[in-house]
Design a protein around this ligand. Structure first.
Ligand code: HPA
Ligand code: ZN
Length: 338
């Protein structure tokens, strides 16, 4: 392990943009397919990996929704979550605010409670056995309609005390945030936090809509905000956290080369950026690898890495006292490493 990788591994950090269904590794996909007697359109783990060559978001989503079809029982979701938490705990991750896509499962006939009960069991196990805390963000699929989102929000009502917030994901272009203004309004009235994918492939106007119409507390991705200087100034002034996903951006051709990734520019502009993995089983790396590859490609300084780690906690929805404890943990790590 290089000095840089060792420094990053030990640095306490949080992950704020992780789709749990996107952590389904091909090996587990095959195990679950066998366990649930589901046939896969792939002959082997290698064939699955070979199919992970994407030229845009939709290419990826088609295969991602297909992969999620092996998840059938609470145990499957618990196993999925625990596999992710084991992996990310090894990367020095202390806290995760994870997305799940209930409609991906209810649309194929699974009751709402199967996914959520299984994930909550995995999250409790991770906290107990790995010391990684987590909370759950329910994402609406934006290629589906507003009614479907409202149905999902109603199904979530019995779980309100165990859901942190709502998010918006899936195919961005053609499905602007405005389509979900009312359901996000209802979620806000229910006391839920609000986040939305915006500016991954969609224009800066979608980022503005997420702020003005969805009243989001964080922007997921946000890359294309950089095309609009007034929008950047606003995001800086509001201290808005961006959950940036470098390896995802590379795999989905949002950037051509990690060396051209805007993360460093975001920091230079004063934007509150964080590093995240998005869908690590599909995009070639978990949290640690996103950090090390980006740090290398952009020659990030130790000071910039510390800013990113601090942003991951101050940009989280943890209570202020817990955020302070994590920040103190970062400072303690730095003094023991200097
Ligand atoms: N973008 C939009 N929707 C998604 C993604 C993403 O990167 N990953 C899983 N659903
Ligand atoms: Zn995402």
């Amino acid at each position: 392990m290089t000095d840089l990788a060792r420094f990053i591994q030990g640095l306490p950090k949080a992950e704020l943009h992780l789709h749990i269904e996107g952590s389904l590794e091909p090996e587990l996909m095959f195990d679950l397919a066998r366990r649930n007697r589901i046939s896969l359109p792939f002959a082997s783990v290698e064939a699955v990996r070979a199919a992970y060559a994407f030229s845009n978001l939709q290419d990826f989503l088609d295969i991602y929704y297909q992969g999620a079809g092996v998840l059938m029982t609470e145990q499957d979701f618990q196993d999925l979550a625990m596999a992710y938490f084991r992996r990310v705990a090894a990367d020095g991750c202390r806290h995760v605010e994870l997305f799940f896509d209930p409609q991906t499962h209810t649309d194929r006939g699974l009751p709402f409670r199967i996914a959520i009960d299984g994930l909550l069991a995995g999250m409790a196990e991770a906290e107990r056995t790995l010391g990684v805390s987590s909370s759950l963000i329910l994402c609406f699929l934006r290629h589906l309609d507003e009614d479907a989102a409202f149905t999902t929000l109603r199904e979530a009502e019995p779980y309100l005390d165990r859901i942190l917030g709502v998010g918006l994901d899936s195919s961005e272009v053609g499905h602007p945030p405005s389509k979900f203004a009312r359901v996000f309004g209802a979620a806000g009235e229910m006391g839920l936090k609000r986040v939305a994918h915006a500016g991954e492939e969609g224009p800066p106007a979608y980022v503005r809509e997420a702020l003005d119409l969805l009243h989001v507390d964080r922007i997921d991705h946000g890359n294309r905000a950089l095309e609009d200087p007034a929008l950047v100034a606003r995001l800086v002034a509001e201290g808005m956290t961006l959950t940036v996903c470098p390896l995802s951006n590379l795999k989905l051709c949002v950037v051509d080369d990690l060396k051209a990734h805007p993360l460093k520019r975001m920091l230079d502009l004063g934007l509150k950026a964080t590093i995240n993995s998005d869908d690590p089983a599909y995009f070639g790396g978990y949290l640690g690898r996103n950090w090390t590859e980006t740090a290398q490609a952009l020659s990030l300084s130790r000071a910039e890495l510390v800013t990113l780690a601090k942003n991951s906690f101050t940009g989280s929805f943890l209570p202020p006292g817990t955020v302070s404890d994590h920040l103190a943990g970062i400072d303690a790590y730095l003094s023991s490493n200097s």
